[in-house]
Design a protein around this ligand. Structure first.
Ligand SMILES: NC(=O)c1ccc[n+]([C@@H]2O[C@H](COP(=O)([O-])OP(=O)(O)OC[C@H]3O[C@@H](n4cnc5c(N)ncnc54)[C@H](OP(=O)(O)O)[C@@H]3O)[C@@H](O)[C@H]2O)c1
Length: 275
């Protein structure tokens, strides 16, 4: 039995689907199973990583786990996992661990990785760069008036489809040969925000406009739902990505045997969100 935490998240949902496709028995956690909307064959159980008492019941009988790292709660999960006899763990980490060591996002993920290494469990780290799914934040504005207002339109990333991140995690869950490996992942092309807006427009058949948003305005807006230190880190990563192409890595294809999905393919998979 394989446990998937954060199973209602961008990556977690895909991990669940791909494990089922591979014929595995899957247990998934949600803080609210009734609203999780996961496939019927999944054993969905309530767990909150902030409440260690909920963990033994979800870890019982499980030998491998995909871990979505809830900030500050990785140690508690690992202690419960060791007690329950978990054998292997695949941690959703971040490419930010390879960035400037002062970056708070990278530092947090490096700490989770260290805790997993020290747990004694066999591990694999999945370190994606920017998610294509971040651009779902543009969907309401695109549906409303077709104008995307965002900062650093010329900052390039090589964003990755959540399905490809999950595909690498699933390979690592199914094959012990991936133990001890850290996989840095990107999508297949370097794209600026301006270019991504253009690709969304071409894909849904509408003329969309990108409007450069001053960083301070973006900072205020993001701070309504994201901790200020994270907002600063995200804006500083974008600022440093202006005017340079983002490196494209071959890891998805190397691990899964299939090329990473294009941005246009991702937009097609989310067309209903943008229309
Ligand atoms: N966005 C990027 O560009 C990017 C790049 C690299 C790395 N990352 C990393 O990727 C991760 C985000 O992955 P994601 O987008 O797949 O996640 P997500 O969509 O944010 O979903 C995570 C899920 O975790 C569950 N959750 C939240 N708090 C919880 C708690 N206290 N206990 C148990 N479950 C909890 C929630 O499910 P329920 O509500 O059902 O419980 C939620 O659906 C972060 O660690 C981020 O740093 C992101």
């Amino acid at each position: 039995m394989i446990l998937v935490t954060g199973a209602t998240g961008n990556v977690g949902r895909q991990v669940v689907d791909q494990l089922l496709e591979a014929g595995e028995r899957v247990r998934a956690t949600s803080r609210d199973p009734a609203r999780a909307g996961l496939p019927a064959e999944v054993d969905v159980r309530r767990a909150d990583l902030r409440d260690p008492d909920t963990l033994p019941a979800v870890l019982d009988g499980v030998d491998r786990a995909y871990l979505f790292p809830v900030p500050g709660q990785v140690g508690g999960f690992l202690a419960a996992a060791r007690k329950a006899g978990l054998r292997r763990i695949v941690l959703l980490s971040s490419q930010a661990v390879t960035f400037d060591p002062r970056d708070v996002i990278g530092r947090a993920h490096a700490e989770y990785e260290r805790a997993v290494e020290e747990s004694g469990l066999a591990w694999t780290f999945v370190r994606p760069g920017a998610f294509m799914a971040n651009d779902l934040a543009w969907a309401p504005a695109i549906r409303a008036d077709g104008v995307v207002r965002a900062p650093y339109g010329r900052a390039a990333t090589a964003p990755i489809h959540e399905r490809d991140i999950a595909a690498v995690a699933v390979r690592a869950l199914l094959d012990d040969g991936h133990a001890g490996r850290a996989y840095e992942l990107t999508g297949p092309e370097s794209l600026t925000a301006v270019e991504r807006v253009r690709l969304i427009g071409a894909s849904i058949g509408r003329d969309l406009r990108y409007e450069e948003q001053p960083p301070d305005e973006a900072r205020r807006q993001m701070a309504t739902h994201t901790p200020p230190a994270i907002v600063d880190a995200v804006l500083s990563i974008l600022a440093s990505a202006v005017g340079a192409g983002a490196p494209v890595l071959p890891t998805v294809e190397e691990v899964t045997g299939r090329p990473a999905a294009s941005y246009t393919r991702w937009v097609g998979d989310h067309a209903a969100d943008f229309r």
